[in-house]
Design a binder for this molecule. Sequence first.
Ligand code: ASP
Ligand code: MG
Length: 420
Amino acid sequence: MEVIVHKYGGTSVGTPEKIKKVAERIARVKREGYEIVVVVSAMGHTTDELIDLMHKVTDSPDPREYDMLVSTGEQVSAALLAMALQSLGCPAISLTGGQAGVVTEDIYKKARIKEVKLDRLKKELKEDKVVVITGFQGIDSEGNIITIGRGGSDTSAVAIAAALKAQVCDIYTDVDGVYTADPRIVPEARKLKTISYEEMLELASLGAQVLHPRSVECASIYKMVIHLRSSQKEDEGTYIGEAPRLTTFARGKEAGKMEKKEAVRGIALDENIAKIGILKVPDKPGVAAELFGALAKEKINVDMIVQSIHSSGTQADMAFTVDGADLKKALEVTEKAAKKLGAGGVVSDPKVCKVSLVGVGMVSQPGTAAKMFETLAENKINIQMISTSEIKVSCVVAAEAGKRAVQLLHKAFGLDKISQ
Ligand code: ASP
Ligand code: MG
């Protein structure tokens, strides 16, 4: 019998009514004659509420107890969903990550999944039960409950689907697929039928919050096709995978286009960044290593880096971006390094954002970056920083220009016109 893996996010199981709706869908699929494994997130904002609760008790939580606490949200939704299924006459059992055989590294709060031992899962499936598993958690080698990082249930689902050798991992969420841009910013944005792992990884890392980047990484390692779709509708969503495999899932025009590849397939906007500049640093070997080494030591992720020659010829200016949340810490580190290096000063600007074009077709179609710069120039949007990779062009612009830039670029690259 073919096994199907469904994952339901926090909003999709946010209320008892929604849990009952999800149960109806699962019972229907079960009647079609499949083995079904379901991975759930915690209801609504439960995990955030548990963390708030924790902060009322302590400012320095022990990591083991943190995992004990935040993993409980998923137990609530898993048990309730199993009960809802049972009351529809559909045999079901809920299992914690540990009970389901999800083994993680021995690291609290952000472990990776090492393996999924299938014995218990297979036994329950054989007894014709729907198996509902808590996402976001597993157990370590000593039997401790371990969580795998915020938003980790997507990754749990992909790992479990891969272990079960499922054809596809259906991730049900409150959006109905991956769009050419955020439809709240660009109303004409189109839903993509298919998208490659590389493109999805870029979009997910660039702030498109539809999928956890690690789940895409995991899927690409195991060649697991993800079907991202709405828990409210029956329509197909977006298939994420490798081009050849995708065509067997998503037929129709857009799927065929995976071969032709438009240069740009999606536009992302990351409003959560900040820029730091360090001025007049000596232009000599070791300077970048000193500064970025210090930042790395503090676990601050640096994204774009630009160095320009100062008019003096012996000095350089450097600018880089960090996550908005890291700005304060990054400034402290940079100021310290600036003193050590004898730099002229440090400046920062939190009011910036990053607009990125993503598409694997860029590799073979030159001119994407030039067209992006032209479009921004024609509309008097100043580019503060640029970075490119084979499948991405990103520009840092003023925060207030970000949404308009996305709208203009969406139109300029004809993303509104390509029909499904
Ligand atoms: N409930 C967890 C969180 O809020 C995991 C997830 O939703 O994927 O981070
Ligand atoms: Mg989530």
